[in-house]
Design a protein around this ligand. Sequence first.
Ligand code: CMP
Length: 237
Amino acid sequence: MLRNARDQLLSVLLAFAMVLLTAATLAYIFERQIQPEAFGSIPGALWWAIVTLTTTGYGDEVPVTLPGRLLAGMVMISGIGVFGLWAGVLATAFAEEIRRREFLRTWDLVAEVPSFHDVGAATIADVTRLLGPREVSQGTVIMRRGQPGDCMYFIVEGEVEIQLQPENVRLSAGAFFGEMALLLGGPRTATVVATRSTTLLVLDVADFRELVARRPELGAAIKEEADRRSGEIRRLQ
Ligand code: CMP
């Protein structure tokens, strides 16, 4: 994680060192005649610069000239900036690492879904960006009949029950559901419940449209299955 942020952290350290050296040199120029014991040399003034830039402020060495005090104000403000920058770089690196791990986990899940078996790595990477994992426990109602639908699901592991009349249908790993509301624009045609602990991949409607536009053959396979299912529903009604 730190390897990725190394360049940024080094830049912040460099900025830190430059501000320190400049501040110590200027403090030496402004204060050396009035306070030779504290500011008589640049290394001596460096102690004051470190205490001020880190906003520690022991107060053991204090500039007394007007330019010296103005400089002290600027060094204090720069200190807040430099540490803010440092914290920002670390926080971004952490967030990036978490995102990368999540991406790899989703990648593994996507690769297990049969509809994605025959597509290349570039397409899996594309799809991985669009799909998000969701774990549901046994008995969870994933969708209810009649509700509007804004996403569809792929089953990675586990099983769901599509509650239909006269008899329920069970779908397991590799199957998808929730596509009909997206394709036909109507409400959910059935209630769907997890029959055991199940891992799903969720694709929301906007991403569904994007995926279908980018991978027409995948869109056609989903549409074909949706047509078959709506035919079956009509036949049973
Ligand atoms: P949707 O209507 O969005 O929400 C309920 C889902 O149940 C539906 O999409 C289909 O994915 C699924 N479904 C409906 N009928 C069947 C069926 N006969 N076989 C398998 N799945 C079905």
